[in-house]
Every structure is written in C-alpha cells, then in structure tokens.
Design a protein around this ligand. Sequence first.
Ligand SMILES: Cc1cc2nc3c(=O)[nH]c(=O)nc-3n(C[C@H](O)[C@H](O)[C@H](O)COP(=O)(O)OP(=O)(O)OC[C@H]3O[C@@H](n4cnc5c(N)ncnc54)[C@H](O)[C@@H]3O)c2cc1C
Length: 408
Amino acid sequence: MIEKIELFKDKTECCACGACENICSQNAIEMREDEVGFLYPYINKDKCISCGACMRVCGYKKANEDNDKSDKYVIAFSSKDDIVISRSASGGAFAEIAKEVLNESGVVYGAVSDDRSNGWTVHHSRIDKVDDLKMMQGSKYVQSDMGNIYKQVRKDLDDGQKVLFSGTPCQVDGLNNYLMKKYDNLLTVDIICHGVPNQRMYKDFLSYRENHIDGTIERFVFRDKSKGQGMISRMDIKTNNSKSRSIIKKGELYSYFYLFLKQHIYRINCYSCPYAKQTRYSDITIGDFWGFSSLYPNMAASVELTDSKGVSCVIVNSEKGMRAVDNIKQHCNCMESTFEMASKYNGQLKYPSRLTGVRQNIIDVYADKGYAGIEHFYHTHFWKDRIKYFISSLIPMKVKKKAKSLLG
Ligand SMILES: Cc1cc2nc3c(=O)[nH]c(=O)nc-3n(C[C@H](O)[C@H](O)[C@H](O)COP(=O)(O)OP(=O)(O)OC[C@H]3O[C@@H](n4cnc5c(N)ncnc54)[C@H](O)[C@@H]3O)c2cc1C
C-alpha cells in the first residue's frame, strides 16, 4: 500500500500517455480534460486501493535520466509505391513497415482520425488488414486518445500475435512501462514529435470553420499531397446542396495549423519533453527528413529520393528494428545517412520545442472567449505571416524551386 497516490505535482510532469489509466485494476483512473481541454489522469478515491501500480508505470520523469548518444543506423527513405507515398505525410516509412507486419498476419496499432459523424476524434486503433492501413497513414497534429489501447496490445502479445505499435515517443514509452517486460513479438515505432495540442481545441477549430462555409466539414487532412509536398492541408466539405468539394491550402493559412507549427499551443509538458533527444525508446524512429535536398544536393536525384514526394528519416534503435528495416528496403529508395544529418533541420531529435512568449496568452484567450478568441488572436498578432503565406501560396511550386536553385 502506498500512503499517498500522486501521479504528478505539476502539469509539466504528465504527458497523458495513459499507462496509469490502463494499469489500474480497479478502473479508478480516468483521463479528464482541464479547463482548456488538456487531459490529465483523475483518481477516483472511492475506487482506489492505493496499490501504487499507477505510480510504478509512470515513466515520464524517469526518461529524463537516460542520455545515450551511441551511433545509430539512419537512412533517408522514400517508398516506391505511389499510393503509399501519396497517403503518407512524408516518405511512407510507417506504411511500409506496417505492411510487412500485416502480411505476416500481425496486427498494427496507430492513430486514426474519425470523420464528422464520429466527431472528428483522433484516437489509437488496431487493424489487421492491409486494406485498413490508409486510416492510419498521415499525420494528425493533435494528441491521440489512447483509451484502453495498451490493454488490447498486451492481450495480442500474450496471444502470441505479432504486434506493431506506433505513436509519439511518450506513447511508446507509456506502452513499454505498462507492459513491464520485453516481448519478442512486439515492434515499436515512434514518430519524431515536436508537441501536441488537445482535441477540444482541434474540434473547436473545425466547428468554427464549419460556421463559415456553406456545408459541413467531413474530414480534415493535415498533409495532402495532391498539390505538392509539405504543410498543405485539405478540408473535405459536403455542401448544403449535397455536393462534395475540397479546399486545399497552405496549412499556415488556418489558425490552428499555424499555431501548431509555430509551437504556440502544445501541452505544457511538451516544452520540456524528456523524449526529444538522441536516446529513443522504440525499435525504429521515423520522421520527416527535413532539408534532404539541400543536405545532399547531388545525391538526391541519383538515388531517386526527392523532397517533392516526401522523404522520411528512419532511425534504427535496436536489432529488431534493424531486421524490420532490412525487410522493407526492397520496396523503397533509400540512402544511408547519419543522425547528425537527420537532426540538422529537425531540432526535436536534440531538444524540446521552445516555450513561446504568447503560448499562455493564447490559452487564456481560449479559456475566456473560446475558439473565436483564438481566431481573433491569430488575425491580429500574426497578420504579417498570414500575408507572407498567402502570397507564397500564389506562387507555383515550380517557380519557387527555380528561384531556390538560382539563389543557391
Ligand atoms: C503531433 C505530431 C508532431 C510531429 N512532429 C514532427 C517533427 O517535429 N519532426 C518530424 O520530422 N516529424 C514530425 N512528425 C511526424 C511526421 O509528421 C510524420 O508522421 C512522420 O514523418 C511519418 O511519416 P510517414 O510518411 O512514415 O508515415 P505517415 O503515414 O504519415 O504517419 C503515420 C504514422 O503516424 C502516426 N500518427 C499520426 N498522427 C498521430 C498522432 N496524433 N499521435 C500519434 N501518432 C500519430 C500513426 O500512428 C502512424 O504511425 C509529427 C507527427 C505528429 C503526429
């Protein structure tokens, strides 16, 4: 028996991975939203038996202690499959790893995004068919709801299923801590992550936008590739006269996406994230290989890797990870690189996002005035950026590339 169950003293000490909720044998812990929508574990004192299991699986504070800077095998990666790459945020590394697992009758866990009828909720889910993989592809820039997913993973593992679990670094570490032992049949993939906003704000953003269009927003895709690669979003709309249309535009022209990219609206703990470093807790780490073409100006064409479709960086953290990556190399264009190169334009591999001076103002405005307050803040404080991104969105990609190459 533990005298006092205290999961965190300060909000900077909790990432809401959900390991504590999943481990509780009494179902005494539930995730509850704070005043602006960020989730924190709440302990029901009537149900709690003070066994302390929840405190034992909390790995967030312990992660600060690890600092392994050993060399890693790193590749730049781009799937050869056009459909895979078009649905993926970057080079399709996740889908290729997942396909291998599913083809061996395994199961895959990752984040999926519901459509409007299910409240646009982003949550972790389980699939066992390659056909369902598309639901998990693509980045959803919001904290995924974990529910009781770790319990399901453990059941699959105990049943002898091959399991791929993917998520943010804190979610992968949450699973490891929850499981408390190593499983040969588990492969973990973490995404490089610079922070997560919460679902309430994301849904309020979509509702707010919906009030400004002649129809309903069926789906929001953060990174659509039909008009190029990068932070280009797509909003699928059903109009009031039942027609379908999509708005494809630069993500920064939406308040939510802009504030996400500029690091203004994350959970407070993301700004001191203990996972934003070279030490990883997964078998494989995947992310965007930002700046690939400028880092390797001569190599890019020769190995058919190109930023225009998206290039993943794949970092191998274990022997199991190495075997999985070896298996997918035949389906991709890839090139060996280094941790130093992969992290050059991807600061998250070295340090957490910087807490911005306006983050608290934005959160306060949201608490006070709701999403309309955020929208107003975005238009009044960041209007210069808005103009810049608007003008940039009018210039065709080809022209931008030409100008970039002329300017060196
Ligand atoms: C909140 C967030 C922040 C990110 N920040 C960075 C960054 O700073 N630098 C960088 O290089 N890359 C970042 N990424 C990762 C990047 O956007 C791509 O997801 C990554 O490059 C993998 O691309 P892919 O083409 O291999 O696979 P994709 O098909 O694009 O990605 C699918 C994978 O992403 C996972 N995923 C998607 N959304 C979520 C979510 N909300 N929560 C947990 N897992 C999710 C799925 O489970 C699946 O494993 C971030 C992703 C998210 C969700």
